[in-house]
Design a protein around this ligand. Structure first.
Ligand SMILES: Cc1cc2nc3c(=O)[nH]c(=O)nc-3n(C[C@H](O)[C@H](O)[C@H](O)COP(=O)(O)OP(=O)(O)OC[C@H]3O[C@@H](n4cnc5c(N)ncnc54)[C@H](O)[C@@H]3O)c2cc1C
Ligand SMILES: NC(=O)c1ccc[n+]([C@@H]2O[C@H](COP(=O)([O-])OP(=O)(O)OC[C@H]3O[C@@H](n4cnc5c(N)ncnc54)[C@H](O)[C@@H]3O)[C@@H](O)[C@H]2O)c1
Length: 459
């Protein structure tokens, strides 16, 4: 192997956070090498957030058009997936080509290497490229941002069938007539509804007793009911025992029934890319499910090593990866903080109704032994909800710590739930006293005005 290249920082994996960190540190004057074995930008722009949200935007437009008869006349809806598939290929992913992202990274001053990187002891990285292996030695540190792969459960018969993961689903050009979705988490629910609105007959199979398990049970129930009202079959609390594929899929369930479908999407969670990045060479466990980090994103138990993004287990979201990147950038450039704070982590699941949430669920607050108060407001009963009429399903739920008189969590389900949650994120993040929140102005007639009702209901 040639002499190692010596740089300030090496970044293994260029997901959203890794790309941001590499270019920011290079702009700040550090010498940086960023390595990715696939596409610069990671899952979000090519296989995740952006293509899925383009599908959802189109599906939402169809759904709104179908609501016209209840509100103001007639609308013919003739779905055409070609527009969506073209948009994902041309506008989101450049036909899954990262040349623009690579150029942007290199313009910042960072060097990019395409290849598989692994740690080779403290402060050393080996990259396997098409031209052979090369070694990098770092002065300040190595940042891990290796992200995740779709997890495929060991169900008898599944391996070897032409099932999809999210990476196939975003590249689909011809829609199947029917689709089974294995897993009713965020990926499964978002994609299930998008395909169903284009006329695909969809069945969601979820082993847990409700879909969207990490959300408040009330949010799961509203989305479940909306799915069934749209004709999406939802099977909860039942595991899959076997999968067979002979022309079409046959999915055997633990209750003795089976689901048939032309296509099968496996959306059963993610597996962190930790097994093949040389963790054992720095005394860490390559079998771990997540990397333990402190509040500066330094990896616990290893010197000169930082980790950001999904692999830290703090929330698999693009905004988390970016947030943690900013924390690590501050640490690597000698700033004095602020360091990571996870009290007011927010997320939006882009089903319709949309689910926005922040901080703790009621159960998490009770498990944390807080003196919990809860308030709810149903959107259909609000002025805006009743004006909105069709498509107004949803609610606001707030979770308070009564001893401190502040909110510790909240959920907004309904039209624009992911936007409405914004003001509640501020409330949880800034610990705005409940008494102060209750005395705010809430514009009439908005959806967010239901927050006032929920605050008044806290007990
Ligand atoms: C369908 C779908 C929809 C989603 N929607 C949303 C959403 O709406 N909002 C949201 O916030 N989040 C969403 N997410 C989650 C989001 O995509 C991730 O949280 C985000 O990509 C951050 O991931 P990351 O930074 O950990 O790395 P990733 O994006 O997973 O990227 C990791 C990179 O590391 C590379 N890599 C791995 N190992 C190596 C190695 N050894 N050497 C070199 N390179 C390596 C990979 O090739 C990859 O490019 C969605 C995910 C999916 C799948
Ligand atoms: N809008 C967003 O922010 C967004 C959208 C999509 C994904 N994401 C992120 O990506 C992560 C991964 O998403 P995901 O939906 O794949 O994972 P997930 O872990 O959220 O959901 C997977 C679901 O599959 C179920 N499951 C697992 N094995 C099963 C089996 N054998 N049979 C039936 N059900 C089974 C689980 O019970 C779980 O409900 C999410 O946690 C989220 O952080 C975010």
């Amino acid at each position: 192997m040639p002499e190692p290249e010596v740089v300030d920082v090496a970044v293994i994996g260029l997901g959203p956070g890794g790309e941001h960190l590499a270019s920011s540190l290079a702009t700040a004057g550090l010498s940086v090498v960023g390595v990715d074995r696939r596409l610069v930008g990671g899952e979000c722009p090519y296989f995740g957030c952006i293509p899925s949200k383009m599908m959802i935007r189109a599906a939402g437009a169809l759904a709104e058009a179908r609501r016209v008869p209840e509100l103001g006349g007639a609308a013919d809806v003739a779905p055409d997936w070609t527009t969506v598939a073209d948009r994902i290929r041309d506008e989101a992913t450049d036909d899954w080509d990262d040349a623009v992202a690579v150029e942007r990274l290199e313009r910042s001053g960072a060097r990019f290497v395409r290849g598989h990187a692994r740690l080779a002891g403290p402060g050393r990285v080996v990259v396997s490229t098409d031209e052979g292996d090369r070694e990098i030695a770092v002065r300040r540190g190595v940042v891990l941002n290796s992200g995740t792969e779709p997890a495929v459960p060991p169900i008898p018969g599944l391996a070897g069938t032409p099932y999809w993961t999210n990476r196939d689903a975003v590249r689909v050009r011809d829609l199947p007539e029917s689709l089974a979705v294995l897993g009713g988490g965020a990926i499964g629910c978002e994609l299930a509804q998008a395909f169903a609105r284009f006329g695909v007959s969809v069945t969601v199979i979820e082993a847990f007793d409700r879909i969207l398990g990490p959300e408040e049970p009330e949010a799961s129930a509203v989305v479940h009911a909306a799915f069934e009202a749209e004709g999406i079959a939802v099977r909860t609390g039942v595991g899959v025992t076997a999968v067979a594929h002979e022309g079409a899929f046959s999915i055997g369930l633990a209750d003795g029934t089976s689901v048939g479908a032309d296509a099968l999407l496996v959306a059963a969670g993610r597996r962190a890319n930790l097994g093949d990045i040389g963790l054992e060479t720095v005394g860490l466990d390559p079998e771990a499910r997540a990397i333990e980090v402190g509040k500066r994103m330094r990896v616990k138990g290893a010197k000169g090593l930082w980790a950001i993004g999904d692999i830290t287990g703090k929330g698999a979201f693009t905004h988390m990866s970016m947030y943690q990147a900013d924390v690590a950038i501050r640490d690597l450039t000698g700033e004095k903080g602020p360091w990571a704070d996870y009290r007011a982590v927010s997320r939006a699941t882009f089903t319709d109704p949309e689910v926005g949430s922040v901080g703790m669920t009621e159960q998490q607050a009770r498990d944390a032994k807080l003196r919990v108060g809860v308030g709810r407001a149903e959107l259909p009963a609000s002025s805006r909800g009743s004006i909105h009429k069709v498509g107004n399903d949803g609610l606001i739920k707030v979770v308070a710590d009564l001893d401190r008189g502040v909110l510790v969590g909240a959920t907004a389900v309904g039209p624009c739930g992911g936007e409405i949650i914004g003001m509640l994120v501020t409330a949880v993040h800034a610990r705005v006293p409940l008494a102060k929140l209750r005395r705010m102005h809430f514009a009439y007639p908005t959806f967010h005005r239901a927050i006032e009702t929920a605050l008044g209901d806290v007990s």
